[in-house]
Design a protein around this ligand. Sequence first.
Ligand code: ADP
Length: 226
Amino acid sequence: MILLDRVTVIYPNKTVALSGASLHIQPKEFVTIVGASGAGKSTLIRLLIKEEDPTSGKIIVGSIDYDTIDKANIPHLRRKIGVVFQDFKLLPNLTVYENVAFALEVSGVKSSDIKRAVPKILQLVGLSEKAHHYPTEISGGEKQRTAIARALVRNPKILIADEPTGNLDPKNSWDIIELLLKINRFGTTVVLTTHNKDIVNALKKRVITISRGRVVKDEKVGKYSI
Ligand code: ADP
C-alpha cells in the first residue's frame, strides 16, 4: 500500500513541486502516473524512495510511516521498492549477470543464494542468453530488462518504472510494458510514469494525472490527457 496524504514539496528556491497531493495505491495494483514535464512526477518518486522528504503531509508505504522511520531502516525500505529509470543506470564494467548480482552483494546476500537467484530472474526477463554480455554489447531493450532484473532480484513489493521506455523504439517499449504487466501479474505493485500516449491508452489501467503538483485526475481505466 502506498499512501500520500496532502503532500507538499517546496524546494529551497521556493518552487512548489507538489501541492497537497493525495493518492492511495493498493498492493498489486498497476498504476500509471502521467503529467507534463515539471508536473511533479520525479519529485513524487524521490519521496517514495525517501531520497527527499516532504515539506508537509504524510507518506506511508506498506506499514512504514515515513515520519517515524529511523535512518537505520531506510535501506530496508529501499529493498521493498525497486526502481528503474529511462537511462538504465547499469554499471558499464559489469556484465548483465554481474549487474544483477551486484544488487544482492551490496545487501549482504550469501553467494550461494546469489547464484540461485540471478539465473532465475534473468530467465524471467528473457536475458539468459545475454548473461555474460556487457552493457555496450546489448540493445536498449535488453539494457532496460537488465535494470528490471536488478530491481526485481531483491523481491521488492513495489516496482517503480520512471519513464522506462523513454529511450526505446516502439517494439522494445511494448516488450518492456509486457514485462511490467507480467511482473504485476506475479503480485508486484507497479507504478509507471510515461509520456507515451499510445501505451497509456492501450493499457486500460488506472491512470493518475498530475498537473502543477496536484492530482487532477484519478481514473480506474484512464486515458492520457495532458
Ligand atoms: P516532472 O518529473 O513531472 O517533470 P519534477 O518533479 O522534476 O517534475 O519537477 C516539479 C517542479 O519542481 C518543476 O518546476 C521543477 O523545475 C522543480 N524542481 C525539481 N527538482 C528541483 C530541485 N531540486 N530544486 C528546485 N526545483 C526543483
